[in-house]
Design a protein around this ligand. Sequence first.
Ligand code: GCU
Length: 421
Amino acid sequence: MKKIVIFLLFVFTILFAFAQSNVNYNENKIPQFVVPNPLKTFNGKKVRNVKTWEKKRRPELLEFFSKNIYGEVPGKLKISSVEIVEESHDALNGKATRKQVQISFQKDNLTLDFTILIYLPKNIEKAPLFVGYNFYGNHTITEDVNVIISDAWARDNESFGIINNQLTEQSRGVRDNRWAIDKIIDAGYGLATIYYCEVDPDKNDFTDGIHPFFYEEYRKLPFPNEWGSIAAWSWGLSRCMDYFEQDANIDESKIIVFGHSRLGKTSLWAGATDERFAAVISNNSGCGGAALSKRAVGETVSRINSSFPHWFCTNFKEYNRNEKALPVDQHELIALIAPRPVYIASAEDDKWADPRGEFLSAFYATPVYKLYGKEGIPNDKMPAVNQPIQNRIAYHIRTGKHDVTDFDWEQYIKWANAQLK
Ligand code: GCU
């Protein structure tokens, strides 16, 4: 038995090493490709003004991304009830109000709820707010003992004390380094976060989370043009927005949607599909997020679709090892956010996410912002590390690994102050 295990480990190590060796990080080995022109319609017409962009080009791009990349939401579903399950005016050493708001959905015999954890600065009547998902539960973003632990499915993680897919007390505060709550509150912003697996557990299963609410009984899977998990998570952010519009203490005209990594892919899609978000931040989002797919550097379309088959719609698989057939690229996803402020951030050591590809997307989205008279990224030369470009399109590459750091938050706050005044 022991020998078999050792043999299998050996085989897996070889296979893993082989797979890694196929990952391209070399600029000289990037396939030749043409960056699709965001200001030219699919049938070749030039877009010269905002009107044509908004009436013709933006809708056709949005439709393409919906049907072929993230997947369409198959219907509508309203919030059934909202309940403030916990509230305190004495949070974070007295400087913030904390609310935990349960958003529930009911349909036939199905129910689902998710809880938004909200901190608001006490000295502001109607606060602007950053909203974003977290990876391991609301209680991981802070040491605050009052934050409720979710009972939704969680990926096992021994070091966080997550076994049998259940979150536990052991992981309280383990991700507080990623959420600069004090800086955010001190700067006069609120922070709202939701555990993403409460909306849709991050696994290749369409029978759980919000998905089944949208299918007739005979159907267990979305159609090839219908949503994967990223679109489901984005949908959840829009439902949070529905709630923010009702909360008298929140300035719903200044909601900044934020996300890291897979959740940074999600924040971009949420910003593209829901124009109520005033600004968008996408941190280290990589393939299927800010990075250009056609460069095929680091993670590629085929890799992401095989490692995470549930993130995108089935139609996206058509482009596995076939990026050149894509009539769009991710800079056009950023362009869908125009003219609203958008911030793309990379990390120097996060090669898997292709920092240069993330930067170039921001650059190639710029002509659309220019149509609106807004400044994007001035040229295709990447800024030095830790030297942000903060225009209506903002970009930085910081030192360090795939992560969210205080440096990142300091930049986001400074930029939000300037953009949302
Ligand atoms: C994996 C995946 C990325 C993703 C990341 C994350 O590395 O390949 O696409 O961004 O997980 O979400 O942490």
